[in-house]
Design a protein around this ligand. Structure first.
Ligand code: UGY
Ligand code: MN
Length: 275
């Protein structure tokens, strides 16, 4: 079976407000093991401004909540052309990962500019000096995953910049590349205590067992649709939807097509359990 060769697409929210004639029923749910935030709820009234950023609004998709995922926050920022921040990160002990879906974001890290377009990413180590500006003609829309860095003796994580198009994905064994993972941060480098990967399924590919692991996930669907198994439930998801999973939430999926199914996946990794 062939691999889809169409260019990657990235679904990003633009806000707005539904008409009074719409049904309110959607798939939003908070359970003891997972949360689903469907794209239909990413509206104007749930945005928040951030004091460190100008001409910006944001949708916070995940933050530590008792009983839920607690190791990270994940936010979509929408920064109008010319807007941005000279000092985006208020907490020096917090690392960040940016992933651009629309527009252009210029990230200046330790004095060097990095221009990120859709598919572009940046890893900013905790305590590093960086700023960001929306430098395109349309608003920059991007994910910002933040995590309190968990130090490990002798290990110092390096900043990383690039575009997913330039990172060779790793095929999952026995799938003919129909389930593959693009890893912007070197998985062999234990200085990193989180990964943010892009997972791709060709139509018909599956996660064929209920992964049940200590790591938490933030999962944002970039492209396509699928049915996702979360704990005891099957949930239909599409591009623009977000799922957060607490530790040990059983998970699998069936990518039934018709197109490719792709998502951005946060995962805490490489550290002893803190007790
Ligand atoms: O790496 C992972 O944990 C990944 N396979 N999980 C997932 O896609 N839900
Ligand atoms: Mn997983």
């Amino acid at each position: 079976m062939s691999i889809t060769t169409d260019p990657y697409t990235y679904w990003a929210p633009t806000g707005g407000h539904p008409p009074q004639s719409d049904l309110l029923t959607d798939r939003a749910i908070v359970t003891e093991a997972y949360t689903v935030i469907p794209r239909g709820v990413l509206r104007d009234i749930v945005t928040s401004a951030l004091p460190e950023w100008s001409d910006t609004r944001s949708w916070v998709l995940s933050k530590p909540v008792a009983g839920g995922a607690v190791t990270f926050s994940q936010t979509i920022l929408e920064v109008q052309p010319g807007g941005g921040s000279q000092a985006p990160e208020p907490q020096p002990e917090v690392e960040g990962f940016l992933f651009v879906m629309a527009g252009e974001l210029t990230v200046t890290h330790e004095g060097t500019d990095h221009v990120l377009t859709p598919g572009g990413f940046a890893y900013l180590p905790a305590g590093s000096t960086w700023s960001a500006q929306s430098t395109g003609a349309e608003a920059a829309r991007f994910h910002w995953v933040r995590k309190r860095y968990q130090p490990a003796a002798g290990l110092i994580p390096e900043a990383a910049f690039g575009n997913e198009a330039d990172v060779e994905p790793s095929p999952m064994p026995g799938t003919d590349n129909r389930w593959r993972t693009t890893r912007p941060l070197d998985p062999g480098n234990l200085a990193y205590d989180m990964h943010v990967n892009i997972v791709t399924f060709e139509p018909g590919a599956v996660i064929p067992f209920a992964e049940t692991h200590e790591m938490e996930h933030g999962l944002y669907v970039l492209e396509g649709k699928a049915v996702y198994r979360l704990n005891g439930d099957w949930v239909e998801v599409q591009e623009g939807d977000f799922i957060s999973m607490r530790a040990f939430c059983p998970q699998a999926c069936y990518a039934g097509g018709p197109g490719r199914f792709r998502y951005l996946l946060y995962k805490d990794v490489n550290r002893q359990v803190e007790l």
